[in-house]
Ligand binder design. Structure first.
Ligand SMILES: Cc1cc2nc3c(=O)[nH]c(=O)nc-3n(C[C@H](O)[C@H](O)[C@H](O)COP(=O)(O)O)c2cc1C
Length: 213
């Protein structure tokens, strides 16, 4: 039990580097007795004391990239009614009752505000023969992405690509703030698939196909 003799510390409690010190009575030697309640350790404190280094974004991307995903083009209409789309691999099925799926859209992208401002979007699942569409919807100027790309509308009015191996037409049901992305939850209002098409797979930063070479 530490004994603090300084008069200046003659308080009921005070914070110090080890935690919260509470006065425990007087010490026979004339000082004041304090007990120490260790301060709550934050995750960062625990990491430091264990010598653990947290991964940075580069390391995280390297590791999470080992999780293979499919590739989609998320489409919607911009405020002027023009078709808009971006490549997205963050598609996840969420719920069967109601029918919910999610995609994560980066806040730093031009697509973010267009997607979250709308009421609907469509998810176009790409097949193994559509690497060109994936690159186009990730890299080309947004105004050029639909050039020579055939599409139609189905339920919500969002563009559905003719070359998509599957499509899911959605109403935006929820938006969740998640770090540098927004999680967009869509209620599926219509969907269909061409079951003969092989999927396009994205793994460790590379497109892969399940079709044997
Ligand atoms: C395979 C692949 C998957 C991607 N997945 C996502 C995703 O899930 N969410 C996202 O916001 N961006 C994703 N991107 C990046 C966007 O496609 C790209 O950054 C976006 O189109 C930026 O353009 P914009 O600023 O015109 O919106 C992905 C890109 C590639 C090539």
């Amino acid at each position: 039990m530490p004994v603090i003799a300084e008069k200046a510390l003659n308080r009921k409690e005070f914070a110090c580097s080890e935690g919260l010190r509470k006065r425990d009575g007087n010490d026979p030697a004339g000082g004041v007795k304090y007990s120490c309640e260790p301060k709550m350790q934050t995750r960062a404190d625990q990491d430091r004391s264990r010598g653990v280094t947290r991964p940075d974004a580069r390391e995280y991307r390297r590791v999470i990239g080992r999780f293979p995903t499919g590739v989609t083009v998320v489409t919607c209409c911009d405020p002027g009614g023009e078709p808009w789309g971006l490549t997205a691999s963050s598609l996840t099925s969420v719920s069967l009752e109601p029918l919910f799926l999610l995609v994560c859209v980066g806040k730093g992208s031009r697509s973010h505000d267009v997607v979250v401002a709308g009421e609907h979007f469509a998810v176009n699942v790409l097949g193994a023969d559509s690497v060109d569409l994936s690159n186009r919807f990730a890299l080309a100027d947004p105004g050029d992405r639909f050039e020579d790309v055939d599409y139609r509308t189905e339920v919500t009015g969002s563009p559905v690509l003719d070359r998509a191996s599957a499509w899911l037409d959605c109403r935006i049901a929820q938006l969740h703030d998640a770090g540098d992305h927004t999680i967009v939850v869509g209620e599926v209002l219509g969907c269909d698939a061409d079951e003969s098409t092989e999927p396009l797979v994205y793994h460790a930063g590379t497109y892969r196909s399940l079709v044997p070479a």
